[in-house]
Design a protein around this ligand. Sequence first.
Ligand code: 5CA
Length: 440
Amino acid sequence: MRLSRYFMPILKENPKEAEIVSHRLMLRAGMIRQQSQGIYSWLPLGKRVLDKVNAIIRDEQNRAGAIELSMPTLQSAELWQESGRYDAYGKEMLRIKDRQDRPMLYGPTNEEMVTDIFRSSVKSYKDLPLNLYHIQLKFRDEIRPRFGTMRSREFMMKDAYSFDLTREAAEHSYNKMFAAYLRTFDRLGLRAIPMRADTGPIGGKLSHEFIILADTGESEVFCHKDFVDFDIPGEHTDFDNVEALQAIFDKWTSLYAATSEMHDEAAFNAVPEGDRLSARGIEVGHIFYFGTKYSEPMGAKVQGPDGKEHFVHMGSYGIGPTRLVPAIIEASHDDNGIIWPASVAPFDIVVINMKAGDQACDDTCELIYAALSKAGKDVLYDDTDDRAGTKFATADLIGVPAQIIAGPRAVANGEVEVKDRKTGARETMTIEAAINRFVA
Ligand code: 5CA
């Protein structure tokens, strides 16, 4: 991508509405724009990161056996009347009427709709287990939308829903998502700790929130400090192995970890003082087992091996991609801007032409840009006629992991500089060596 032809509206000044660093940096880097309170456009740079986050989420959901579909944002109120949540959900639900005066709503979550899909076609235990997910916009009319897309009114959610014949089978489905979440957040460059949590309007008794420790987090959390170094399940984890997944769950729940709503002061005080971690955190995922809470009122049942009908046991599993992007920034930035983990960086490399219009600099940059693009790298080429200082500041701000800098003096010797955004280390090398660094 040539920056001169791209759309990346960088802000020079710090926007005064931004209270936390991720919100400030997302606005400054031109990633998002607020359209109305708590409702955002994702501008091209932000969209690239969001897409990469979603690709990792999708990959791990698929690995764990979940199947993707797409459900609409607008839902009929009838389904919610069946489950009894239409009245219970309260003011967070945006209620709308269509031209026939039929009550509709903008979905805050999809338990009812997916249960309706399930009951319309699944009749036998032989079709279980089943886990269906989508990545879709949701709307919750939050009292206090804030911190940009961290807590917005319209936001994206990956929501998965599992269906099983028995409680035991449903627990295995829960464990699959539990392990998939550990892997997902790890691949996003984050350490998320599962914590016992309040189930709120989704219901049920068993749930875990996945929390990233960050000073700007909205949740108050308490846990054993050893979680910070626990091993993540490997990519060859067998998701059909009931014992192996139970072992992962048991290990990751063996020590104290709870959000403030579920906090047990006495149990926490039983943890040796030096091992106690009392901190703030960002909830990036939340998984629930709620048994037959929706399947009973909505009549979602299958025939079991005993020939009788059984209400299915369900769970739901949410991740917030539009919250994850700022959460990653909270965890990875410095005074100059964002430092993206390679897995979600909007571009792999930025090529900085320090003197656009200078033949040797232009030729060198074009050569590098073409070679890296051909090798399948996502390259941003800063071919604008801005001052070199402005270009450096922009490259640091948008956090692309590697910079290749071509200035007249180095280029005259057939050389360029390669800078690592995270460490700041710079190395001068031949043009060929710079290309090979990234394609070899
Ligand atoms: N149906 C269940 C799980 S599929 C559910 O709705 N769970 S939830 O309410 O906990 O939301 C799941 C995830 O969505 C949260 O962990 C969070 O990452 C994200 N999320 C929830 N509300 C917001 C919001 N207002 N802004 C941004 N992300 C949000």
